[in-house]
Ligand binder design. Structure first.
Ligand SMILES: [Zn+2]
Ligand SMILES: [Zn+2]
Length: 732
């Protein structure tokens, strides 16, 4: 017997090996084995098994089955094979992205140390505040936690935690809790969640399909604040009861500590958290816990869709419209929602896509009965939806300053007087986003990217694509004039302006510059919740899934920031952002308000968001997409060619276009053209778009394979790079 093995390399080829006699009964598709490959012992996965071969040369044998690396659950294995085919990528690369840990042999899991604060520690804690602030912080975290904390977890929040804990241990302020005690002492705080009628109806429908164990996709459309989380928790409890596992994806776990906390409070150590901020050791531990069945509810960001759970009963993809589900940086750019659908199908599981603003694709699938649509139309706890107003910033009489309208200032004053909280959104970080010569109009750009530089309050100009910083120029590079000024507004400038207007107010700023790690998010959000801040100011981060009962006002400084990005989804993004952020107001209170300032108050996307009119928005967007033949009415492939030498890249792009000539009916080729961002990190960028009619999908794959060859896309040689992206969500 022989096995074809895929190794984690950029090669479409699989390699044939002999299966030793004693392994014949254990080796199956999807089993991880060790074999000598290119003179090195390498892990690889068995893709197929054959009994005969015509291969003439000497065939090596598989050494052994990789130690702990058991077999991937069969549904997961099939999903990965689907990924490789669908996203045009070698199986080895798909495996490496999906299950990277399995290719590492050198890792020895570290034992976790669990710590709890002692009585002595509790009484001495405050005394440390001045003397030893780090020890104080450490103790405070343990004091706040209701169950013992893992040292590895504390290390994420405190620098040099491993030294501090030894000091505290010596003073007997903390104690080590044996791991087995934690498991036996954990409390499953099955919270008393009561669902209202609408929620109960939805719960009943979903639980029925989970019991039937057949693939059933749902789109759960609930307005913001409608209590989707409560339904999810009840469903998770039901899955556990039925002996099934559940996989829940959230856009970015660090942005949703509130949601994961609710689950942890309810299910304790049954929860496995999976996200990019975990250390390698934690990932390995979690992986083992999932594999051994200790964790049966997995919550995580995009890559958690590959967790090795078996007996999957339910997949939930919360905020399914969120762009972070799309992997943008790896060798193949998958969409976790679409992968989730396939995994659910192979697992005979139920999948629920939840959102207040479903993506156009999912909405389209729902109206075409590919998904069953579930709707919640009222807000949880009878909270009112905020009253939303658009302020026309073109009208001079409306403007208090360039960035603030009289209406917003008045509402902010009132909010402060009433001791209520507000969220201010401005989707641009930095201080000023443009540095321009007033004489000739020249805009200062990054030397390495075709991007205008953003001025930051530390007096540096920074490129948001490659992070290079530059001093502010004294002279214009074009006309040598010295009349250089900063225009445009970022969050730092807004913070300064609010500080000037309301000096006694505490502002928490949340953007890429202030949120460097997980604890930053957690601290800011919990401090805002406890009322230490009056204003939460930030970029789109403040629009995502947050739930604060004290917020009665949402202000949007400039509702237009996403509108003019040259991308077919800019309208969709604008609508989602505005609609979502408005929903942050009035979670618990009556008479809440949202104010959207705009220089384009008549724009249909802005108007629909302010009217909270989803029907209007979907109708309009689908009509536009259908006319222009964009998704969901067509399949999109993008071929991106990048390289240092502009001429070489450009001529390669036109060569590819020539290769593609003679396309069959139903397939359309656009380009080549220079990409909207023409240079990033010194690499020039050209692209071609291939649009295929929905029912011509396999024709399109065959055509690309025949004309260009898939090998072109994973070619590891020097020179320009050619990549293909299937279903791009942005074409910048
Ligand atoms: Zn100039
Ligand atoms: Zn740059």
């Amino acid at each position: 017997m022989y096995a074809y093995i895929a190794f984690p390399i950029a090669n479409y080829q699989q390699f044939i090996y002999k299966i030793p006699e004693h392994l014949i009964s254990t080796i199956k598709e999807g089993v991880c084995v060790e074999a000598s490959f290119r003179n090195k012992n390498t892990f690889g996965f068995v893709v197929s098994i054959v009994s005969k071969t015509t291969f003439k040369n000497k065939i090596k044998s598989i050494d052994k089955i990789a130690k702990d690396h058991c077999q991937l659950p069969s549904a997961l294995w099939k999903t990965i094979i689907w990924i490789a085919n669908y996203y045009i990528c070698p199986i080895g690369i798909a495996l490496k992205t999906a299950v990277p840990l399995l290719f590492k042999s050198d890792y020895v899991p570290r034992k976790n140390i669990y710590l709890a604060i002692t009585k002595l520690g509790r009484s001495e804690r405050l005394l440390l505040k001045k003397k030893a602030p780090k020890q104080f912080h450490f103790l405070s975290l343990l004091d706040k936690a209701s169950i013992p904390c893992a040292l590895a977890q504390l290390s994420q929040e405190i620098t040099s935690a491993s030294q501090i804990y030894k000091k505290l241990l010596a003073k007997e302020f903390i104690s080590i809790i044996p791991e087995d005690q934690i498991i036996s002492s954990h409390l499953v705080n099955a919270r008393n969640i009561t669902l209202n009628q609408e929620q109960t109806d939805i719960f009943d429908i979903v639980i029925q399909s989970m019991k039937q164990k057949k693939y059933s996709p749902y789109l759960l459309h609930g307005i913001t604040g409608s209590g989707k989380t409560e339904i999810y928790i009840k469903l998770a409890a039901a899955a556990l009861q039925q002996g099934q596992t559940m996989l829940m994806l959230v856009p970015e776990i660090s942005l949703t500590p509130q949601l994961s906390q609710k689950f942890i409070d309810t299910f304790g150590e049954k929860i496995g958290l999976w996200h990019s901020k975990l250390t390698k050791a934690e990932k390995y531990q979690t992986w083992q816990n999932i594999n051994s069945g200790k964790c049966s509810i997995i919550i995580g960001a995009r890559s958690a869709i590959f967790s090795p759970v078996s007996n999957l009963g339910l997949i939930i993809i919360d905020e399914e419209h969120d762009a972070s589900y799309k992997q943008e940086s790896s060798t193949f750019k998958y969409h976790a929602r679409d992968v989730g659908m396939v995994r659910a199908k192979y697992s005979n599981a139920t999948i629920v896509l939840g959102s207040a603003t479903p993506s156009i694709e999912s909405y389209y699938n729902a109206i075409n009965s590919k998904f069953k649509l579930l709707e919640i139309k009222s807000r949880y706890n009878d909270a009112d939806y905020p009253q939303v107003n658009i302020v026309d910033m073109k009208e001079g009489k409306n403007r208090f300053s360039y960035d603030f309208s009289h209406q917003l200032i008045t509402a902010m004053k009132k909010c402060i007087q009433n001791n209520e909280q507000m969220i201010i959104l401005h989707n641009r970080r930095g201080f000023s986003n443009i540095c321009r010569c007033q004489d000739c109009g020249e805009i200062t750009r990054c030397d390495h990217c075709s991007i205008s530089l953003t001025y930051h309050s530390d007096a540096q100009l920074i490129c948001h694509y490659c992070s290079r910083s530059y001093p502010k120029p004294q002279q214009c590079s074009n006309c040598n004039g010295s009349n250089i000024s900063l225009i445009g507004t970022g969050t730092q400038k807004i913070e300064l302006e609010i500080n000037k207007l309301f000096p006694d107010i505490n502002i928490a700023r949340m953007d890429f510059d202030t949120m460097k790690n997980y604890s930053n998010y957690k601290n800011i959000l919990s401090d805002f919740e406890s009322g230490e801040y009056d204003i939460l100011l930030g970029t789109q981060m403040v629009s995502k899934g947050l739930d604060f009962s004290g917020v009665t006002l949402v202000g949007v400084i400039n509702g237009d920031t996403n509108l003019y990005i040259p991308d077919f989804r800019s309208g969709e993004r604008t609508f989602q952002l505005l609609y979502q952020v408005c929903g942050r107001a009035g979670r618990n209170q009556k008479n809440s308000k949202a104010i959207i300032q705009s220089w384009n108050p008549d724009n249909v996307f802005i108007k629909s968001a302010a009217k909270l009119s989803l029907d209007n928005y979907y109708h309009m967007t689908l009509k536009e997409r259908s006319e222009l033949k964009y998704p969901p009415y067509a399949k999109l492939f993008r071929i991106l060619i990048t390289g240092i030498n502009k001429q070489v890249v450009e001529s390669l792009a036109s060569n590819i276009k020539k290769q593609l000539d003679g396309q069959p009916e139903g397939i359309q080729i656009l380009g080549p053209s220079v990409a909207p961002i023409e240079k990033i990190k010194n690499n020039w960028r050209f692209h071609l778009l291939i649009k295929a009619d929905k029912h011509k999908l396999s024709l399109a794959y065959n055509y690309i394979a025949k004309k260009i060859g898939f090998k072109t896309f994973h070619h590891k040689v020097k020179g320009p790079k050619v990549e293909i992206e299937v279903d791009p969500i942005s074409i910048l």
